[in-house]
Design a protein around this ligand. Structure first.
Ligand code: ACM
Ligand code: ZN
Length: 630
């Protein structure tokens, strides 16, 4: 058993501390116990442990990962509390002992026992210790998350016994760094923020039509040309093309040294990075760099956020052998850089219109005896899969890799619902679930007219929370887990990324970590509200869209319609007006009965309150918008 014991420096101090506790410091976290994701089992025992300068961390292990985990914890505690926890080599009674793989809690599981005088953490590997320490941080007051020193806070931890291990081994977050570029420091922050909720995979979407983001030494134009586009500000998808003489100044890329640094950083947070090189579609930045790789071979530019799909030829020409030698260069360097056993090759949304008209592609179809362009896509993915296998890697692809026949051993990432995942699992392929309506965190999370522009559909926190990655009839053995996705078309800044990621990321952390029977929406919402305090302390932005009104419309006859108002969470009062004034608790209260839109009114204005205080955004809903939803 890998055992860390956090203990008081000596029993004398311990006794003093207990006395001190019995003389008045309130035991336990004043906000209750709010651990996200919900642990497998937790029992609250009496008393509390106070973190103070006399506390030491004991280990007997010299394991490098464990030492760096302890350093991370000590640094974090020191920043917020000023307490520098001592680190001591284990003694007879306390220390780290290694257990074999028979440990019932698995590699990422842990046991955490907080007693009035001592905290015991046991785990079979340092990842388990890391997760135990993440849980321990969540037992401390929210200000522990502050990066700067907080004064006069009793750093009290309630006594508990927790046994915990994840439901899935793949608990991912996808980050698209192509549509908008995020710096090396921002990617590291993303890793920290994922890891706090026990996610362990960063799926890094490194190229798309709007930018190539990884240095490939054998193909220098990918970063000298493909990483840059003209700068546009405003509403993505409406931007005008590059003007004559305009320099492409927006973008950036990660050098191979940057990539190594980020991989090493992620490893310390027990996050594995899976790179995605999206081919054969989504390829304008690759094609802008090397124009002979498309069927048309026209000189396309890196897309600046303008509509182009089906108009510009953004797919690789599968009839052209040069494409495969370029891919060999790319995947050789990527395979060497990333220790992950998987490489994601995209495979999604490849427009086949240019393949239909391309003599080279058509010749390939004929020569290889393929049925059609779906068969051509399948040929491509199988060839890339063989290429990856020659480098010791396994292929992951979006669910279109099923079209025309799946490559042996390929892993399907199911995003157009769960059907692709179900089909693949039934063929005994491993799958990763990320159905868009449940996990695309770039989608709207609340009423669209008060949200900043987002992906085209709705994915409320409850949609994320209530989804189960193992559909009925699917053998769970084939479901590796799932992820959340952040496509960055509408995410120009890291701050806005946080707004989309939280709190829905917390919902997904319970989906992928917690046992289904331990999930409870009402309890979860209480915990989320407590975690808002933690995010405040950490300086992390989050959305409060869960407090906003939801509108349901019903047609009554040719002229009239009614509206029902709802909220995602319980316990809110909704007030409304139709007379252009701003609603407050003296306005009409929504009782649950549908309300008929009055003749002459142009807007329905609504707001939520809780305990007499405004809590949601005021929404001024135009009649026209409601009519469109009938
Ligand atoms: C995708 O959303 N195109 C994977
Ligand atoms: Zn072609």
């Amino acid at each position: 058993m890998n055992k860390v014991v956090i203990s008081r420096f000596c029993w004398m101090l311990c006794a003093f501390s207990s006395l001190f506790l019995s003389n008045g410091i309130k035991a336990g976290n004043p906000n209750g116990i709010s651990i996200i994701p919900q642990p497998s089992s937790i029992s609250v025992t009496s008393g509390s442990f106070v973190l103070e300068p006399s506390v030491s961390i004991y280990t007997t292990s010299k394991d490098e990962d464990l030492q760096s985990t302890i350093k991370w914890f000590r640094d974090k505690v020191a920043a917020a509390t000023g307490i520098v926890l001592k680190q001591a080599k284990g003694s007879k009674s306390i220390g780290i002992q290694i257990t074999g793989p028979s440990n019932a809690l698995g590699e990422e599981g842990y046991k955490l026992e907080v007693l009035p005088a001592k905290i015991n953490i046991s785990a079979s590997a340092s990842s388990g210790v890391f997760y135990a320490l993440q849980t321990l941080l969540q037992l401390l007051p929210p200000d522990i998350e502050s990066p700067s020193l907080q004064q006069n806070i009793p750093w009290v931890i309630p006594c508990v016994e927790i046994t915990d291990s994840p439901r899935f081994k793949y608990r991912g977050m996808m980050l698209d760094v192509s549509r908008h570029f995020f710096t090396k420091e921002e990617v590291k922050r993303y890793i920290d923020e994922m890891a706090r909720y026990k996610f362990n995979i960063l799926h890094w979407h490194l190229n798309d039509d709007e930018g190539w983001r990884i240095e490939i030494k054998g193909l220098p134009k990918l970063t000298s040309v493909g990483a840059w586009r003209v700068k546009r500000t405003g509403h993505w998808g409406t931007f005008i093309p590059r003007l004559q003489g305009e320099e492409p100044t927006y973008g950036g890329y990660y050098t191979q040294d940057d990539v190594k640094e980020i991989i090493a950083y992620a490893k310390k947070k027990f996050v594995t990075i899976i790179p995605e090189i999206d081919v054969p579609g989504h390829g304008l930045s690759l094609i802008a760099s090397y124009p002979d790789l498309s069927c048309t071979q026209l000189p396309y530019g890196v897309n600046e956020g303008r509509k182009f799909y089906t108009r510009d030829d953004n797919a690789l020409c599968i009839g052209n052998d040069t494409v495969f030698s370029v891919l060999n260069t790319i995947f050789s360097e990527v395979a060497q850089l990333f220790p992950s056993e998987y490489i994601h090759v995209g495979g999604d949304e490849a427009y086949k219109g240019f393949w239909r008209k391309c003599p080279k592609c058509q010749r390939r179809i004929k020569e290889e005896g393929l049925k059609d362009e779906d068969g051509l896509q399948s040929y491509f993915i199988k060839r890339v899969s063989t290429l990856l296998a020659s480098k010791g890697k396994r292929l992951i692809g979006w669910d279109e890799i099923l079209q025309g026949g799946i490559a042996p051993n390929a892993i399907v990432m199911s995003y157009r619902g769960m059907d692709g995942g179900i089909e693949a699992a039934k063929m005994k392929h491993e799958v990763i679930m990320t159905p868009a309506s449940r996990t695309y965190l770039n989608f709207y999370q609340g009423e669209t007219i008060v949200e900043p522009p987002a992906g085209e559909a709705m994915c409320r926190m409850r949609d994320s929370y209530t989804y189960d990655p193992v559909p009925v009839g699917v053998d769970p053995e084939f479901v590796l887990g799932g992820q959340g996705c952040l496509w960055s078309e509408h995410i120009p800044t890291y701050r806005h990324l946080q707004y989309l990621m939280w709190p829905r990321g917390m919902a997904l952390s319970e989906v992928y970590w917690s046992k289904p029977g331990n999930k409870d929406w009402k309890h979860f919402i209480n915990k989320v509200e407590h975690h808002f305090l933690r995010l405040n302390a950490a300086g992390i932005k989050y959305s409060t869209s869960m407090y906003n009104v939801i509108f349901h419309t019903h047609r009554l006859n040719d002229y009239d319609f009614s509206i029902e108002l709802a909220t995602e969470i319980e316990g809110l009062d909704i007030y409304y007006t139709f007379d252009e004034t701003n609603p407050d608790p003296y306005a009409q209260k929504f009782t649950g009965e549908p309300i008929v839109f009055p003749i002459g009114a142009t807007h329905l204005k609504v707001i939520t309150y809780r305990n007499g205080k405004p809590i949601g955004a005021q929404i001024n809903m135009p009649k026209e918008t409601l009519l469109k939803r009938l």
